[in-house]
Design a protein around this ligand. Sequence first.
Ligand SMILES: [Ca+2]
Ligand SMILES: [Ca+2]
Ligand SMILES: [Ca+2]
Ligand SMILES: [Ca+2]
Length: 424
Amino acid sequence: MEPNGQPKPVHEAPVSSGARRITVLRPAVVFSDGAAQPRVAVVVHSNILGAVRARIDTYEADLEAAGFTAVRVVYADGSAADVRDVLKGLYDEAGALAGAVLVGNIPHIIYEQMQDWDGEGGAPAQYEDYPCDLFYMDLDGTWTDCTSNGLVQPANGKYDTRAGNLDLEIWVCRIKTDTLPAQGGEAALVAGYFEKNHRYRSKELATERRALVYNDDDWACIAGADAANASMLYESSAITIVASNEQTTVPDYKQNGMAASYELVSLRSHGYYAGHGFYSDDRSQFGFVYPADYRALQPRALFYSLFVCSGADFTRDNYLAGSISMNSGDAGLVCWGSTKTGGMFNEFPFYQELSMQTVVGEAFRQWFNYMQATLDQPTCETWLYGMALIGDAAAIPAAHTPEPAAGILASAGMVLVRRRMARG
Ligand SMILES: [Ca+2]
Ligand SMILES: [Ca+2]
Ligand SMILES: [Ca+2]
Ligand SMILES: [Ca+2]
């Protein structure tokens, strides 16, 4: 808003020749006091813009109220590289860019790699390809399709090599609903999502300030560390830990997890893009919780850490993270997870940032850069290159919780869990 309270006018500015069907609508007026607000690009597909325009307007006003300047980018067609060029153009401007929210079916790239889970010897390396949104977050690194290594092939339309500055410069999240056919129509789901998000941002939608740490058998040993991280956002007495092998089961998760009131769920379980599961009966049984269960039970939690292999693969129909984030009612808001094998771990820096009222996307960006600087590159690729943010990553969990005492921060230790950690 302008200082006099009037909406800012916008003007259309054509962008680079490689992306003529992508239009940037910028606020034409900069704040009169000259203080730059971090900018967030709201990239909306033109095929739903007409149906969701009012919700986008409201969302951009919400961003402004939260201290960001929204820049709307209307996508009509073009490649992921074109979209990245537009984001890079915004990042390179004096006003910089903090993050981008991709609304609708905005392109993605596929990254491919060979990965050797047990190192030299043992099992042979395995091939995996997957959608990779880090492409949009690393704006000044070089991404190429040039490597020959096992099934990884050059010039096959799948990126395989990164060089230059590997740090992520911005955060990027998706509000993508065309792959949620069981949940509803694309535009209606986007509109419903922003309506829910506005109610969260305006404090009409609030959950109990409680967190659930739910780790199936293979990650029971790090539940204490997960709870310590969560304690940077929630009182220790408000954190429930469920991590004994025979308690972490499908019936228990449904009855005591999904049916209870939590704001944040930190989940570690095996799974795939359309479900996550739990061992029981001394690992002789393995049952799944499905997106249909989330749609039916509408759990009240808003934020999910999904350490579930491929649970955030937004290209798959009725993908888990989308089904949770874009759920109807007051269920779900933001999930962070992976489009491939792997997920978030060593997330002390992530929760530390969140505890200082940093938005999910920026906390993610800082955590990723920390991890990338800490891990060797093959480990980073294998575990973390599929990380994706589903929902509005400009949201903040525990937004109304007082900051914890410094002593709590100091006691929350970091656990290094690397190759020996079971895959999600
Ligand atoms: Ca091996
Ligand atoms: Ca390739
Ligand atoms: Ca970079
Ligand atoms: Ca179990």
